[in-house]
Write a protein that binds this ligand. Structure first.
Ligand code: AMP
Length: 114
């Protein structure tokens, strides 16, 4: 989508600190980190929200978790623990309407989240 910030990062039109790229997804540092480790794992396909995930997207959504686990191991936070979060719609805090998996780690993460 032409006005989507994550599509623009995917296409190299705006900069990001990318930490992973493959055929199905990219991952980069969150510009406003909420934890010492805060990465976003983003499908290349523009899917606005979890509500828009179609049966043919099941593999790519699972793949986001495989990549998040790889990145958590690379960052050395896998054993201590980390959180993966997908916010859906504004009431849950979604601000960018291109599906993304947050990977948060490096500090105590309380439950339930705010
Ligand atoms: P959400 O609020 O769940 O939609 O998450 C969107 C995330 O994208 C927020 O944590 C933002 O800080 C992050 N974000 C927005 N614009 C950028 C950008 N240009 N580069 C990196 N992260 C961004």
């Amino acid at each position: 989508m032409s006005d989507c910030v994550f599509c623009k990062i995917r296409d190299g039109e705006i900069p990001a600190r990318k930490v992973h790229e493959d055929d199905a997804c990219i991952a980069f540092e969150d510009i406003r980190p909420a934890a010492p480790v805060h990465l976003l794992v983003v499908p290349r396909k523009h899917i606005p929200t979890t509500l828009d995930v179609a049966p043919e997207d099941e593999q790519v959504v699972g793949h986001l978790h495989v990549v998040a686990a790889k990145l958590a191991r690379e960052r050395g936070v896998a054993e201590a623990g980390f959180r993966t979060v997908m916010n859906c719609n504004a009431g849950a805090g979604q601000s960018v309407f291109h599906l993304h998996l947050h990977l948060l780690a490096g500090r105590g993460l309380r439950w339930p989240p705010g």
